[in-house]
Ligand binder design. Structure first.
Ligand SMILES: Nc1ncnc2c1ncn2[C@@H]1O[C@H](COP(=O)(O)OP(=O)(O)OP(=O)(O)O)[C@@H](O)[C@H]1O
Ligand SMILES: [Mg+2]
Length: 263
């Protein structure tokens, strides 16, 4: 059976600010189903609840209403089946690249597993960093660190990898090369990918489906299948069509928000 299915069922998240007894609705009745092995991106204005949604899928945060079902089971906490990569790669500075990558297997006692080591070697080679095993994080560029963070997450063999703007802090050139590495990793590992990004082109370039969210409170306002073969061409006319369509949705939602605000 294919694994890595994510079902978000009527999820709302309301934060309470106890001091003033104010509440803030971050997510408003989100329904979304992600198939095993699917690559889905989520775009939306800053503060619309994207990270909150990812944290709920990961099990780091509980929904106020609704539930997330992962491979048939309600998510109640974190699990190594769901890996996470953030914008700030958070490598351990006192460990080498290789020891960072093997941190997970070491802590779960799988370090002697030959297949694990072979997988880590293979993934590191795939991102072009096989010569940097003994290097410490402070000697790596931001792009290299993010590659290590991706390899580290995938070495734990998660069924789903949750990515919260993992390339957000990188320059455009580095970003494009890691986007290609990410597609390569996804194709070889066949896990589910959920990517949050502010970059509409990145979403179209990488994913099979793009979810557009409204400004806060976050709702799903568009669920768009990207029907283009890989590798994709950013100047292709169909690519441009998807880009314009998503940008229009984002802009329209933003204008609607302003009208509500003015009332
Ligand atoms: N722990 C918390 N307590 C109170 N409010 C919170 C908490 N976490 C998030 N929020 C609020 O929920 C809303 C959504 O936050 P979230 O970080 O999910 O947005 P986002 O879409 O990821 O934004 P960005 O694109 O800037 O990363 C924001 O208004 C934020 O202030
Ligand atoms: Mg965020």
């Amino acid at each position: 059976m294919a694994v890595g299915k994510i079902e978000i069922k009527d999820v709302s998240k309301i934060f309470r600010r106890s001091e003033e007894e104010q509440t803030l609705t971050a997510l408003d009745h989100i329904n979304l189903s992600i198939e095993p092995g699917e690559f889905v991106s989520i775009v939306g204005a800053s503060g619309c609840g994207k990270s909150t949604m990812l944290r709920i899928i990961a099990g780091l945060e509980k929904p106020t209403l609704g539930e997330v079902i992962f491979d048939g089971e309600t998510v109640t906490g974190t699990s190594e089946k769901r890996g996470l990569v953030f914008q700030n790669h958070a490598l351990f500075p006192w460990l080498t690249v290789w020891d960072n990558i093997l941190f997970g297997p070491k802590s779960t006692g799988k370090i002697k597993d030959k297949e694990k080591i072979a997988l880590a070697e293979k993934l590191l080679k795939q991102v072009g960093l096989e010569k940097f095993k003994k290097t410490y994080p402070n000697q790596l560029s931001g792009g290299m660190s993010q590659r290590v963070a991706l390899v580290r997450a995938l070495t734990n063999e998660p069924d789903a990898l949750l990515l919260d703007e993992p390339l957000g802090a990188l320059d455009a050139f580095t970003r494009m090369s890691i986007q290609d590495a990410l597609i390569d990793l996804w194709k070889s590992e066949e896990n589910t990918m959920v990517l949050i990004t502010h970059d509409v082109d990145e979403a179209i370039y990488l994913s099979q489906r793009v979810i557009v969210m409204s400004p806060r409170p976050g709702r799903v306002i568009e669920d768009l299948k990207i029907d283009l073969p890989y590798p994709r061409n950013r100047s292709d006319k169909n690519f441009t069509y998807y880009r314009n369509h998503i940008l229009e949705k984002l802009d329209f939602a933003h204008q609607e928000e302003n009208i509500e605000y003015m009332i």
